[in-house]
Design a protein around this ligand. Structure first.
Ligand code: FES
Length: 159
């Protein structure tokens, strides 16, 4: 028998059964978290509590798993998620000014969301469009060569 053919869980009897059950629940958990985030845009605590009961998994365990993955969020997100690139090329071409203008205009800091949920402001490392610096992404779209006029237009589209 090859090492990879050994089913450790099976050879461990009751402990193995528990481990298999735990693995199964963890598999379900990730899919459930993705579906919840798809529905709500983030992971609301009350929904996670219901999930905890349904899967018979401690809430702390659910938070622990969700926290491990960067794509899960625990607070509501803005309809537009603006990520200003702070990579070197963007930085030297004015990304800090773009960022501070957005912070001032919407009265939020990086990592925050406006009260009306219009926008979440984040930063990102180089996204590979250095030739267009300074660059930001708005949801899935890339906005490059952000000068004053373009920044003004961007702000208007956000609200
Ligand atoms: S540094 Fe901003 S896209 Fe490369």
């Amino acid at each position: 028998m090859k090492v990879e053919e050994i089913d450790v869980a099976e050879q461990m009897g009751e402990v193995g059964r528990i481990l298999r059950e735990y693995d199964r629940k963890k598999g379900i958990l990730i899919h459930a978290l993705l579906a919840i985030q798809e529905d709500h845009g983030y992971l609301p605590e009350d929904v996670l509590r219901k999930l905890s009961k349904k899967l018979d998994l401690p809430l702390a365990e659910i938070y622990s798993v969700a926290s491990f993955y960067k794509q899960f969020h625990f607070t509501p997100r803005g309809r537009k998620v603006v990520r200003v690139c702070l990579g070197t090329a963007c930085y030297v071409r004015g990304a800090k000014k773009v960022l501070s203008t957005l912070e001032e205009r919407f009265n939020i800091k990086v990592g925050e969301t406006t009260e009306d949920l219009a926008m979440t402001l984040e930063t990102v490392g180089c996204i590979g469009c250095c030739g267009l610096a300074p660059v930001a992404t708005v949801n899935e779209d890339v906005v490059g060569e952000i000068g004053l006029k373009k920044l003004d237009r961007l702000i208007k589209t956000i609200g």
